[in-house]
Design a protein around this ligand. Structure first.
Ligand SMILES: NC(=O)c1ccc[n+]([C@@H]2O[C@H](COP(=O)([O-])OP(=O)(O)OC[C@H]3O[C@@H](n4cnc5c(N)ncnc54)[C@H](O)[C@@H]3O)[C@@H](O)[C@H]2O)c1
Length: 260
């Protein structure tokens, strides 16, 4: 494996499972030290056990604004600095117009949008000490419009796209790059289990209708992680403010009837 992240310190939020976990593992494989984070202590411990000295973890809820700066501070305390952040943690709870009340909306936006902003605010102070830094925000193709039962989530991801572009422009001159991967459907352990609870058969993720996945299967977390590593690394420099839709087809202008 290439060592594009050798000597870098990377904070990956929401890395106890799914895309974040695969990203933490990929970053270490490419030479980085990683702060693992999420809500599930047992899973965090298991990830760190596999990654030995290259990883530490902190469990905290990013709905609390104080935890954002705390997470950055803990990373610096553990590893002596910070070179990159992957804003990956997110709530994916379903909601439509009827079920999106003020409290639900505020919680969704606090975790999915305010937390990335506050983490970048804290991280920039550390990046300036290094004279550089990279952020990869994990968005969703739902941020383009989104499914009707993902109203608040889709709005939060749309806001994340604006955050990415705005801050990329504001910080570019300081060699701080902020890019975004807006993901299509990913076969994480949680997603596989959720769809089985909703009635799909075991193995559904490898036998998906072509309209949703032209290859017949959806993205693997490890495939997403490989892209994240590229956007964290100097190989993607000087690209900044890029919002990259990572899926198997174009979400704009697609003729869906041809997919059947
Ligand atoms: N799985 C998909 O199909 C898909 C599609 C598009 C975008 N995404 C995006 O990819 C990212 C990762 O998704 P995933 O499917 O791997 O998720 P997941 O549910 O498997 O993992 C979510 C992670 O976020 C953490 N988290 C959740 N709420 C938190 C909170 N309040 N405070 C702190 N941490 C919290 C969890 O502990 C966990 O580590 C998310 O930003 C998601 O929106 C996923």
């Amino acid at each position: 494996m290439e060592q594009r992240l050798r000597g870098r310190v990377i904070l990956v939020t929401g890395s106890t499972t799914g895309v974040g976990e695969a990203t933490a593992r990929r970053c270490v494989a490419e030479g980085a030290q990683v702060m693992v984070h999420g809500l599930e202590e047992e899973w965090a411990r298991a990830v760190c056990a596999d990654l030995d000295d290259a990883a530490r973890y902190l469990i905290c809820d990013l709905g609390d604004p104080a935890n954002c700066a705390r997470l950055v501070a803990a990373t610096v305390e553990q590893f002596g600095g910070l070179d990159g952040v992957v804003n990956n943690a997110a709530l994916t709870t379903r909601s439509n117009l009827e079920s999106t009340d003020a409290a639900f909306f505020d919680r969704m936006v606090a975790v999915n949008l305010r937390a990335p902003l506050l983490i970048i605010r804290a991280a920039v102070t550390e990046f300036r000490k290094r004279g550089r830094g990279t952020v990869v925000n994990i968005g969703s193709i739902n941020g383009l419009a989104g499914e009707e039962n993902l109203l608040a989530y889709s709005i939060s991801k749309g806001g994340l796209t604006t955050l990415t572009r705005n801050l990329a422009n504001a910080l570019a001159a300081e060699r701080i790059r902020i890019n975004q991967l807006s993901l299509g459907w990913v076969a994480t352990a949680n997603e596989i289990a959720l769809k089985q609870r909703e009635g799909l058969p075991p193995g559904w993720e490898k036998n998906v209708p072509r309209a949703y996945a032209p290859t017949g299967r959806i993205l693997a977390p490890e495939e997403v992680a490989a892209h994240v590593a590229f956007w964290l690394s100097d190989d993607s420099a000087p690209a900044n403010g890029t919002v990259y839709e990572l899926d198997q087809f174009s979400h704009i202008g697609r003729n869906v009837t041809k997919a059947f």
